[in-house]
Design a protein around this ligand. Structure first.
Ligand SMILES: [Fe+2]
Length: 132
């Protein structure tokens, strides 16, 4: 998975965070390929839990700054994702890094790039660029 200029939201700080997200997913996929997924998944979930809170907060500040008309719906998507991540984390803590859980983590993180960063955040980026 690769970050490209087309994903830019017009803010270096947010773009750097998106790049970090993609880097982490690539690391995790690499760990899966090397059959080290079970060792790495706990660490990945810790990153995701912290990242979602700080990164979504930063993105929401940016939306407020530019009076983004779709702020509410975008924030709702963020809140739902935080909830999904926390539920998944609890499930892994309870059941351990089973194959099903590893696959769910993988799908959840990759889907976030495909459905959120490259669509919802991209739309925000286009709006911000139109305001600058
Ligand atoms: Fe977002």
């Amino acid at each position: 998975m690769k970050w490209t200029e087309s994903l830019s939201v017009g803010n270096d700080y947010i773009d750097e965070q998106h790049k970090e997200w993609i880097r982490r997913i690539n690391d995790l996929l690499e760990a899966y390929n090397q059959k080290r997924g079970k060792e790495k998944v706990g660490e990945a979930m810790e990153f995701v839990k912290e990242y979602t809170v700080t990164h979504f907060g930063a993105e929401q500040e940016l939306m407020k700054k530019y009076k983004y008309p779709e702020y509410e719906i975008h924030k709702q998507i963020h809140d739902n994702f935080i909830k999904e991540v926390n539920e998944l984390d609890e499930k892994i803590k309870k059941e351990g890094p089973t194959l099903t859980n590893l696959m769910t983590v993988n799908r959840t993180l990759v889907d976030w790039v495909l459905n959120h960063i490259s669509k919802v955040d991209k739309k925000l980026g286009e709006y911000i660029k139109s305001q600058m």
